[in-house]
Design a protein around this ligand. Structure first.
Ligand code: NAP
Length: 280
């Protein structure tokens, strides 16, 4: 599993383990311990997932050296502003029982509650992230669901460049404008819902390509992200699927197959909310 170098020199494992919708306390502990056991070294969570505390226990019980695991969490939409962000961050740190977070992301650019002033609020919020970064409490700062215009609105007020943007990415959805913009600006893209939440796995194009490489449809979707220089964050509760989803580093997709998959994408097939109009 290769590491990706972020724009501040920090190394991030090139595949992460998604934990959204894994909520039951004991299940979270079991699943995350299994993920670490089979080789994941990058865990993606968020305060809104309600599982930070159990993930903290799983990390402890796994006895994994802190420097060997990369942990991401995110600031939820109910919180914006300098002091509020510092408080929310400290709460995540407490729940995760960690001394620092590897990557801290602003989860959405324009929360409904702050929609009329989201640009100023993002600047204040980002300043808090920069403060935490300078104190060593965050190793890298990023955003999630930010479109090109959200980043441009923030960019001039930022002294520590955005390292990561976590966005929806899978064979049915390719946000060309955001992807190109992030690549041009040295912002690493992470793919959320890289398996399209499971829907894509029955698509004939994907299953045909899977047969050609003697891989599973999920492995093709995950490799498709990697071959687009995007870091996938697949989620599963099954230990067998965890292993399957990690077993993607012994092949590359040929350009013709990347193009075929790319042709499946269509703006109408976006699964997640539109960052400008989300009703939360
Ligand atoms: N920043 C954001 O706004 C945002 C939004 C969405 C997600 N995320 C992050 O991205 C992660 C992944 O996205 P996601 O959870 O939406 O969806 P996903 O990873 O695309 O898909 C997960 C679904 O695929 C199934 N699955 C996993 N591996 C499989 C395999 N090998 N074969 C067949 N089915 C398989 C899982 O079922 P089982 O669990 O039953 O195996 C689950 O139903 C999240 O967990 C979260 O960390 C972030």
């Amino acid at each position: 599993m290769g590491n990706i170098k972020l724009n501040n020199g920090i190394l991030m494992p090139g595949i992460g383990f998604g934990t959204w919708k894994i909520k039951d306390y004991n299940q979270v502990i079991d699943v995350v311990k299994n993920a670490i056991e089979v080789g994941y070294r990058h865990i993606d969570t968020a305060s809104v997932y309600g599982n930070e505390e159990a993930i903290g226990i799983a990390l402890k019980e796994s006895c994994i050296p802190r420097e060997d695991i990369f942990v991401t969490t995110k600031l939820w939409n109910s919180v914006r502003g300098y002091n509020e962000t510092i408080c929310a961050f400290n709460e995540s740190l407490r729940k995760l029982q960690l001394e620092y977070i590897d990557l801290y992301l602003i989860h959405w650019p324009s929360p409904l509650e702050f929609r009329d002033c989201y640009q100023e609020k993002n600047v204040e919020t980002y300043k808090a992230l920069e403060k935490l970064y300078s104190q060593g409490k965050i190793k890298a700062i990023g955003v999630s669901n930010f479109l090109k215009h959200h980043i441009e609105e923030l960019k001039n007020f930022v002294s520590i460049p955005i390292a990561v943007n976590q966005i929806e990415f899978h064979p049915y959805y390719y946000d060309q404008e955001t992807i190109e913009y992030c690549k041009q600006n040295d912002i690493i893209i992470e793919a959320y819902s890289p398996l399209g939440r499971g829907e894509i796995l029955k698509d004939n194009t994907i299953t045909d390509i899977a047969k050609k490489y003697n891989k599973s449809p999920a492995q093709i979707c995950i490799r498709y992200a990697i071959d687009n220089q995007i870091v996938p964050l697949p989620k599963t509760i099954s230990k067998q699927r965890m292993i399957e989803n990690l077993n993607v580093f012994d092949f590359n997709l040929m350009k013709e197959d990347i193009d075929k998959i790319r042709n499946l994408s269509n703006d109408d097939k976006k699964i997640g909310s539109n960052p400008d109009t989300a009703d939360f």
